[in-house]
Design a protein around this ligand. Structure first.
Ligand code: MEV
Length: 319
């Protein structure tokens, strides 16, 4: 049997992170330049049920039945087995690799879960629809992190820009024209769960302070959807700036993020903001096409350890 592989891209949140955890809408898009990949090979010489997971990037390997119950890779595989009603899979080895930086706001955890569920299911003879893969990856995140909104697993499983409201059916976005984003990494690793948990404590202590911030972020996401779907993309810049102010007030920015956001604006970006959990990780800037190289260069000069230039493509309606 030939090896089976599946991959999933990273993601970037354009508007509404954190507020989305509290039921407000948010917008996210896939980032194709970074990917998680899983390759499954059959091992007919090993006993039935022997599943070996290799993570060469992390220098590790373990059998599925040795992994702790809350290990995210083990969870993704157990949930896939459970979903398919398989108790003892044929022996196999799974290679898990990823170019998505961990704890950087680019959806590394969800992308690994999505690629893992897809590849393992296909090895077991099933092709899972995006909705099922998204649900399984959400379950991994929920058990592992506590209170995710579900935006990461959704945008990554569907691999299309989305307008997302927790608990509501997915709404795929249809950009009328393409636009370019530059993503800058602070190099500071910051687990999303910690930023989400701290904000939750602050909100519980003082909901009157945080609810209006979430409402304002929701309005921004709704306006942004309008500009995206009517092709007035330059106007998104001012909304990014506004959203960044709100995120600062929520307490999830950092000196490094603010420095990169400022540098992008000074180099000619239409707008910029932190993206994802914050406290570190990545920011993003919206750029006129002729300024992308200069903005990326300026971000690196101001401390970005890596930049990614990515395009959100226009949606062409079917003929
Ligand atoms: C993480 O990519 C985005 C957050 O809003 C958390 C979540 O939605 O689960 C910070």
């Amino acid at each position: 049997m030939p090896a089976i592989s599946a991959s999933a891209s990273g993601k970037i949140i354009l508007f509404g992170e954190h507020a989305v955890v509290y039921g407000r809408p948010a917008i996210a898009a896939p980032v194709e330049q970074v990917r998680a990949r899983v390759v499954v090979t059959a091992e007919p010489r090993r006993r039935l049920g022997s599943v070996l997971i290799q993570t060469p990037d992390l220098g590790g390997q373990a059998y599925l039945d040795e992994l702790p119950q809350d290990d995210p890779l083990g969870l993704a595989m157990r949930l896939t087995l459970e979903h398919l009603g398989v108790s003892r899979p044929p022996a196999c080895t799974l290679w898990v690799s990823s170019t998505i930086p961990i704890a950087a706001g680019l959806g590394s955890g969800a992308a690994i879960s999505v690629a893992l569920c897809r590849a393992f299911a296909e090895f077991l003879g099933a092709e899972l629809p995006a909705e099922t893969v998204s649900d399984l990856a959400f379950e991994v995140d929920r058990i592992h992190h506590g209170t995710p909104s579900g935006i990461d697993n959704t945008v990554i499983a569907y691999a299309q820009p989305i307008f997302f409201v927790r608990g509501q059916p997915i709404q795929l976005l249809q950009p009328a024209s393409q636009f370019t984003l530059i993503i800058g990494d602070t190099g500071v690793r910051s687990p999303t769960a910690a930023a989400v948990g701290d904000l939750r404590k602050a909100w519980q202590a003082d909901p009157e302070r945080y609810e209006p911030l979430f409402d304002a972020a929701a309005e921004i996401a709704i306006r942004a959807r309008g500009w995206i779907e009517s092709g007035q993309v330059q106007r998104l810049g001012a909304l990014m700036d506004e959203n960044h102010v709100l995120l600062c007030e929520m307490g999830v920015s950092s000196a490094e993020l603010d420095r990169l956001v400022e540098a992008a604006r000074a180099a000619g970006a239409w707008g910029a903001k932190l993206s994802g959990g914050g406290r570190g990780g990545n920011m993003l800037a919206l750029a006129p096409p002729e300024r992308t190289a200069a903005i990326a260069e300026s971000l690196r000069q101001h401390g970005a350890t890596r930049t990614i230039t990515t395009t959100v493509r226009a949606h062409k309606p079917p003929q």
